[in-house]
Design a protein around this ligand. Structure first.
Ligand code: NDP
Length: 308
């Protein structure tokens, strides 16, 4: 019985060390040093091989090294092989500080001050009270709910949009396609923390932007596929949107002539909002393996129907 790690090789060495320390009985191999493929029962991966079962006939479980699983081709993974997404507390911590930074930067007009400074202009804007800046979070899952809690002390009116109803302290909850219009109409800063699925691909596009209040801004920390670049550029150029802070792109890095590099109303970061840290993620991985072996459902099991 062996676990194969197939992702960033530098972090692979850390995973190997951390797992050796915490689970000395678990044999860990680092891609591409697979050894006998029949030994591989557990795969800890960013992207599995194209046909994981052909590659590893005794594969029992796939653990994603990331919170999102949109990079997986589920048509190639049989339903009896569970896929578990990453539940590292470091991912939550990183996302909370990134989104707080982005929301506060937009709330306090940072993109405008960056432009003004470049032009040598001393340009003062009276600050808008937090109570008049409505924040809307697309997605109310593990990350959306942590971000919501972190933003609460600032006094912004908060709302979330999810697929299924729930109560959330301190936030208005909007649900499904029927709730989207009302959610967007009350949102000045829109944060995307959705998984990328067939239903959410392209959600940050012209139709959504036209339903936000004039001058709204967006933060995309979901996936590049959520955003339609041409629609964003058009909305920014028309002034319909005022600014965008983006951590993800369709192609990472975007090609040199991509507007994400040069548009004056876009701030781009290189997919660093949060990352998996083996030292803190190992607990979730070992818990998933333990539950799987005990015949229990691992926490973070991905639903094939929902796609997340
Ligand atoms: P969760 O699965 O915990 O939460 C997803 C949320 O999205 C849920 O509230 C879910 O609703 C909602 N949702 C999904 N589909 C729809 C839909 N069609 N309509 C309305 N709501 C929907 O995921 P996480 O919070 O852990 O992560 C979210 C995403 O963040 C990841 O999938 C990944 O893409 C991205 N991410 C980005 C990182 C970065 O560094 N930029 C790092 C980590 C994650 P419901 O609760 O009703 O199911």
């Amino acid at each position: 019985m062996a676990l194969l790690y197939k992702a960033d090789p530098t972090r692979g060495e850390i995973w190997k060390r951390v797992l050796a320390d915490r689970a000395p009985d678990l044999e860990v191999r680092l891609w591409p040093e697979v050894g006998d493929p029949r030994d591989i029962r557990l795969l800890l991966a960013w992207e599995p091989p194209e046909d994981p079962i052909a590659a590893f006939p005794n594969l029992e479980m796939i653990l994603s090294v990331s919170a999102g699983v949109d990079q997986f081709d589920f048509s190639r993974i049989p339903p009896e092989v569970p896929v578990v997404r990453m539940l590292d507390p470091n991912i939550v911590e990183g996302m909370v500080s990134y989104v707080a930074m982005a929301v506060l930067a937009l709330h306090r007009d940072l993109p405008t001050y960056i432009d003004a400074r470049a032009e040598g202009r001393w340009h003062q804007i009276l600050n808008r009270p937090a109570a008049e800046r409505r924040i809307g979070i697309l997605g109310a899952g593990r990350l959306g709910s942590a971000v919501l809690a972190a933003l609460a002390p600032f006094g912004f009116p908060l709302a979330v949009w999810a697929r299924t109803p729930r109560e959330m302290a301190g936030a208005e909850v909007f649900v499904g396609a029927d709730g989207l219009d009302a959610f967007l109409a009350r949102t000045d800063i829109l944060v995307c923390l959705l998984p990328l699925t067939e239903e959410t691909r392209g959600i940050l596009g012209a139709a959504t932007f036209s339903r936000l209040p004039e001058g709204a801004s967006i933060v995309n920390v979901g996936r590049g596929g959520h955003l339609v670049t041409a629609d964003l550029v058009a909305a920014l150029d028309e002034g319909r949107l005022s600014a965008a802070i983006l951590d993800v792109a369709d192609a990472e890095p975007p090609p040199p002539d991509h507007p994400f590099w040069t548009h004056p109303r876009i701030l781009l970061t290189p997919h660093i909002a949060s990352h998996t840290r083996p030292e803190t993620a190992v607990d979730a991985v070992l818990d998933a393996i333990r539950r799987h072996r005990a015949g229990e459902t691992p926490i973070g099991l991905v639903s094939r129907d929902r796609g997340y």
